[in-house]
Design a binder for this molecule. Sequence first.
Ligand SMILES: N[C@@H](CCC(=O)N[C@@H](CS)C(=O)NCC(=O)O)C(=O)O
Length: 199
Amino acid sequence: MDAITLYGSSDSGNCLKPKWVADRLGISVNWIETNAFDGSTRTPEFLALNPVGQVPLVVLSDGRKLAQSNAIMTYLAEGSDLIPSDAYERAKMFEWMFWEQYSHEPAVAVRIARLHYLKKREDELDPALLTKGNAALARLEQQLKETPYLVGGALTLADIACVAYTRKAHLGGFDMSQFPAVQCWLKRVDADLGLSPVT
Ligand SMILES: N[C@@H](CCC(=O)N[C@@H](CS)C(=O)NCC(=O)O)C(=O)O
């Protein structure tokens, strides 16, 4: 695939997901740092690229644009071993990716953003975020006690989607000692992607 231009924030798991996939598959990335906290996603120039005003956003070599982290990963990984060829396993991969966006990211990523990046106090946060985030981490733990990766015994986009904010969950005040299988999986996926653990 030709080089892509990726607008993203280096602090954002959603933005790093497609970067990790591109790096693993040898796709060159022209990364344009676009910070969601400083208004850069709401400038007229950026809104002309993505009317939703969110990163990540990819611009392909022919000028076509694509938003949504999991959609971008799916496009980049087409035909690679990050997407199972078996129809059922592929659908299981999507099951985890849709679940991540609805049941994991809105709690885990939001607590990380509020506590770690926006420096809010615990008592300023909606307590439901902790309950919902712990439920998501427990769901991962349940699966990862059984299998080394989420789907089919090998790294897929499901792992990359779910690892993006799980690897920073402690920064959102989640007690990861409750989730030992998740911790082993984080080490495994970080090693697969060549990432240093988040401290
Ligand atoms: N579901 C989207 C979420 C994207 C998203 O929430 N992006 C944040 C940064 S992580 C953003 O651009 N926020 C700026 C805003 O919404 O104004 C995805 O997975 O790409």
